[in-house]
Ligand binder design. Structure first.
Ligand SMILES: [Zn+2]
Length: 255
């Protein structure tokens, strides 16, 4: 399941999870806004854009590593001296820790995007805690100790903030490049929609993977290239999420 194609069902499940808080159809809409919207700040700060960043944009990539697409994106960025922020799924990291380590060694930033990316694990504090922790452990085993976390589907249950606090993680939102990216429409379509949303300080979400389960992301790879070229032509620069927001990318190693 992915952000775009899954949102209706996810909203229903989020409403069900909230139980007493969800009161009929109006409650469901409110629950979606509070828990799933990239823009809602109702459950606490959830940055999707940086103020005062000038013509600077952070490109982010979720659900990898997923070869060869992750490396294709990274190499295109590197050739232009651009670094991206990759929110990776723990179980995919364990399959290709070398890809994660290579990204980090080239100066890309790695964030935690959970371990399983399976919806039911994100609805209760106990399963969510385990998923955050296992995701972090997978990334630590690949050589990085992220300080940034992006929730799958941007889903936030009320307990999430405290769980992230216990694990030294800060939550990061963003704007989806294209609602139907999961179905891999033509690259130009993805790029056009993304460019229409992007402005100074934007944090843009692409998917180099699919819920940590692989999948062909060739359209996304090409769309990223188009977006990068057009933004460079328009005088934009690129940075990583931590630099855009002025926060640390990683946690210090424990002493
Ligand atoms: Zn995801």
């Amino acid at each position: 399941m992915s952000e775009g194609g899954q949102r209706g069902g996810a909203a229903q499940a989020a409403g069900a999870a909230l139980g007493a808080a969800a009161v009929g159809a109006a409650g469901l809409g409110a629950a979606y806004w509070a828990c799933m919207s990239p823009y809602s700040q109702l459950l606490g700060e959830f940055p999707f854009r940086a103020e005062g960043a000038g013509r600077s944009v952070a490109l982010t990539f979720d659900d990898g590593p997923n070869e060869p697409f992750t490396t294709q994106i990274a190499e295109y960025l590197e050739e232009r001296d651009i670094r991206g922020t990759f929110f990776q799924v723990g179980r995919a990291v364990l399959k290709r820790p070398d890809v994660t380590a290579r990204l980090a060694s080239r100066g890309h930033v790695i964030g935690n995007h959970g371990y399983t990316h399976e919806f039911t694990n994100y609805l209760t504090p106990a399963t969510l805690t385990a998923d955050v922790r296992r995701g972090q452990q997978a990334l630590i085993s690949a050589g990085v100790r992220p300080g940034l976390y992006r929730p799958p589907w941007l889903l936030r249950i009320p307990a999430l903030r405290a769980i992230l606090g216990e694990h030294g993680l800060r939550i990061i939102s963003g704007e989806f490049c294209h609602a139907m990216e999961v179905f891999q429409p033509a690259p130009e379509r993805i790029a056009r929609r993304a460019l229409a949303k992007i402005g100074p300080g934007s944090i843009v979400i692409f998917h180099d993977g699919f819920d940590g389960r692989g999948g062909n992301r060739a359209s996304t790879v090409r769309a990223v290239q188009i977006v990068v070229d057009r933004l460079l032509d328009a005088g934009y620069g690129f940075t990583t999420v931590d630099r855009l927001l002025g926060i640390p990318a990683y946690q210090p190693d424990p002493v």
